[in-house]
Structures are given as structure tokens and as C-alpha cells.
Design a protein around this ligand. Structure first.
Ligand SMILES: NC(=O)c1ccc[n+]([C@@H]2O[C@H](COP(=O)([O-])OP(=O)(O)OC[C@H]3O[C@@H](n4cnc5c(N)ncnc54)[C@H](OP(=O)(O)O)[C@@H]3O)[C@@H](O)[C@H]2O)c1
Length: 332
């Protein structure tokens, strides 16, 4: 009889994630009950937020219990359906977690068209990260043509889309990324005007050179010293979309931000946001992004780990910046 394979949370990390925090388990194949569908997950998304779900702390979403399947976005194919909204063979995107097969009652599950863009793109550029870029930049910063948009983690799943949306708005797009390879990718492949390597050791000077007119919109993915440096080049009345603070996720002690005063003296508007609060924009964003991707107006790159057993290692790599573009796991 066919079996399912799951990656469960085995223990909570203190500091950096280790492989021993996960347990790979063979379980019985789930059977769909009334109203449920059984989905064969073809792709698993690995995302920085998962690090937060490994800690037993209060956040905007419930953490994973020890012994539970790790949470995660998935795209797959319906193999058995007791739900009239889905039929066998449908391709669906949802959040069925780090496992080969998952059950759903249909909540949070949507059909997707594999002919419009590739299935994996629904987890990245045309999925949650793409919608995040859209909401943070277009809704919270609302940049005007001619302004400068700065984004950290610029070669990543969210940041790469932010820069390209900025260009489509007629802005100067400047990235911050770790290393020459990632910066080259942002400029040469994604069309950023400039990208600053924060590992090169002169971040503030390099930011000033890359943003000669200062920064009108800052999309923050990273936090820590990078954020402090970016706060030093903000213009009066600029906007900051506070999307993520990945430099803190593995830390045992939070970095003490030093440049808050810049927000005051520059009368900056800063908005922290979580993409799922904006269901009103989510599907509009995803549909528009899919259209632009299919027309070649938005580009993307994927880093793919092969097989569910490689998910823990790939996730640890993501938190160390080893991915370029969207980090995925190919399950079959
Ligand atoms: N608010 C929301 O609704 C929402 C939704 C999705 C994602 N997010 C947040 O958006 C951010 C980007 O997510 P993503 O999926 O696009 O990830 P990603 O950029 O594809 O991958 C993470 C990148 O973060 C950078 N990074 C890792 N550790 C770092 C450190 N200590 N200091 C500086 N940079 C570090 C690395 O790039 P470098 O090598 O360039 O440093 C790494 O490649 C994360 O903070 C995530 O939590 C928020």
C-alpha cells in the first residue's frame, strides 16, 4: 500500500536551525473524508517565516507543535476528491506542508493554470512572495515615477519582484544583496538600476553612490545593520514597507536598531504588514503578476532542492543566504 512521507518538527532550535530539529517520517496514505480532497504535492515552498513557526512564541500565526508536519506552501495535483469544487487531475496551490500527500477541505486551496506559468511559479513570483512585493510596494509605499525605490534581499523571492515592479512604475530601482553574484543577477537579469553588496564593507558610502537623490521608498526584508544603513539615506517624507527582518530570525538576541531617529527627523511613514491581511489585493496581484510573467515583463529565478529529504538542508541554506531567487523543493 502506498505510503506518505512527512517532515515533522522534532525539536525547537536555539539559534541556527539544525537538521536534528526535523524528523522524516513514513505514515499511512491519508484518506479523504466527506468534503475533502487528497493532493499529491509536486512542489514545496521554503520561506523565511517558517523559522518563526519553529519557536513556541506568540506571533501573527500559530506555531508548529513538536511532532506536527512543518507548515509550508505547496502546489500539486488532486488525486481523489470528495469536494465538488475540485476534480481529480486539477492543479492546486495551498498550504499542505512538508509532505508528499496532504488532505484539504478546500479552505485555502485554489486551482491554478499550468499553461499560463509553470506550476512552481505559483509558489514564488506568482504566489505569496510576489503578492507580498505587490502589497508592500504598490499599496504601502505607493511610489511615484521618478522616485528611488531601495529594497534589501534584492535577489530573493520577494525582493526580485519589488525591484521589477519599481521599474514598471517608472522608478529608479536599487537593491541590497549579499555578494557580487547576487548583485549582478539583480542588475543584469532583473533590470535593477544598481545593487549594493552589503558584504563589501562600505554599505553607507555605496548606498549614497547608488542613490544620488536619496531614497523615497524603502522595502525592508532584512533588518539589523542593513536597515540602519538604509535609514541613513531616507529622504524627507519617504515611505518604508516593513516586510521582514530575516537577520534576526536565527538570532538568540534581537539586534538593537540604532537609526529610529531618522524616521522622526525625516517624517517617514513606516508600515509593517503581513500579506495575508490583504486578501482584497492578493488574487488581483497574483493574476497580474502571472500575466506579466507570461508576457516576459517580470523575470524570476528558482533554486531547487531535489526530494523532500533535502528540505531541511535547503531551509537551513535559505536562512544563510545560499539561495538565489525563490527556494523550492521538487517533491516528485
Ligand atoms: N510580511 C509578509 O507578509 C512577508 C511575506 C513573505 C516574506 N516576508 C519576508 O520577506 C523577506 C524575504 O523573504 P523571501 O521569501 O524573499 O526570502 P529570500 O530573499 O528569497 O531569501 C532570504 C534571503 O535573505 C537574505 N538573508 C539571510 N540572512 C540574512 C542576514 N543575516 N542578513 C541579511 N540578509 C540575510 C539572503 O540574501 P542575501 O544573500 O542577499 O543576504 C537570503 O537569500 C523575509 O524577511 C521574509 O520573512 C514577509
Amino acid at each position: 500500500m502506498a505510503k506518505n512521507i512527512q517532515v515533522q518538527l522534532a525539536s525547537r532550535p536555539t539559534g541556527p536551525v539544525e537538521e536534528s530539529n526535523f524528523k522524516i517520517v513514513e505514515t499511512d496514505m491519508p484518506k479523504p473524508g466527506p468534503g475533502e480532497v487528497l493532493v499529491k504535492n509536486l512542489w514545496l515552498s521554503l520561506d523565511p517565516y517558517m523559522r518563526g513557526r519553529m519557536n513556541a512564541v506568540k506571533s501573527y500565526s500559530k506555531y508548529v507543535e513538536i511532532g506536527e508536519v512543518m507548515v509550508g506552501g505547496t502546489v500539486g495535483q488532486v488525486v481523489e476528491s470528495n469536494n465538488p469544487k475540485f476534480k481529480t487531475g486539477d492543479h492546486v496551490v495551498g498550504a499542505l506542508g512538508w509532505q508528499l500527500y496532504g488532505l484539504s477541505n478546500g479552505d485555502g486551496l485554489s486551482t491554478v493554470d499550468p499553461k499560463l506559468v509553470s506550476l512552481s511559479a505559483y509558489l514564488g513570483v506568482c504566489g505569496m512572495p510576489g503578492a507580498t512585493a505587490w502589497v508592500g510596494l504598490l499599496e504601502h509605499c505607493a511610489p511615484k515615477a521618478g522616485e528611488t525605490v531601495l529594497v534589501s534581499a534584492a535577489s530573493g523571492a520577494v525582493g526580485g519582484v519589488v525591484g521589477q515592479l519599481a521599474k514598471l512604475q517608472g522608478c529608479r530601482a536599487v537593491g541590497i544583496a549579499g555578494g557580487a553574484k547576487k548583485c549582478d543577477f539583480a542588475v543584469k537579469e532583473l533590470g535593477f538600476d544598481a545593487c549594493v553588496d552589503y558584504k563589501a564593507g562600505k554599505l553607507i558610502d555605496d548606498l549614497k553612490a547608488a542613490c544620488p537623490n536619496g531614497v523615497d521608498n524603502y522595502f525592508e526584508n532584512v533588518g539589523g545593520e542593513v536597515m540602519d544603513a538604509a535609514f541613513r539615506v531616507l529622504n524627507p517624507f519617504s515611505r518604508v514597507a516593513l516586510c521582514g527582518m530575516i537577520s534576526d530570525y536565527n538570532a538568540t538576541e534581537a539586534y538593537g536598531t540604532k537609526m529610529i531617529r531618522s524616521l522622526l527627523v525625516n517624517r517617514v511613514k513606516l508600515q509593517g504588514f503581513i500579506v495575508f491581511d490583504r486578501q482584497d489585493l492578493y488574487f488581483r496581484a497574483v493574476l497580474q503578476l502571472a500575466k506579466w510573467v507570461s508576457q516576459g515583463k517580470i523575470k524570476y529565478h528558482e533554486t531547487v532542492a531535489e526530494g523532500l529529504h533535502n528540505a531541511p538542508k535547503a531551509f537551513m541554506g535559505l536562512l544563510k543566504g545560499q539561495n538565489l531567487g525563490k527556494q523550492l523543493v521538487k517533491l516528485f
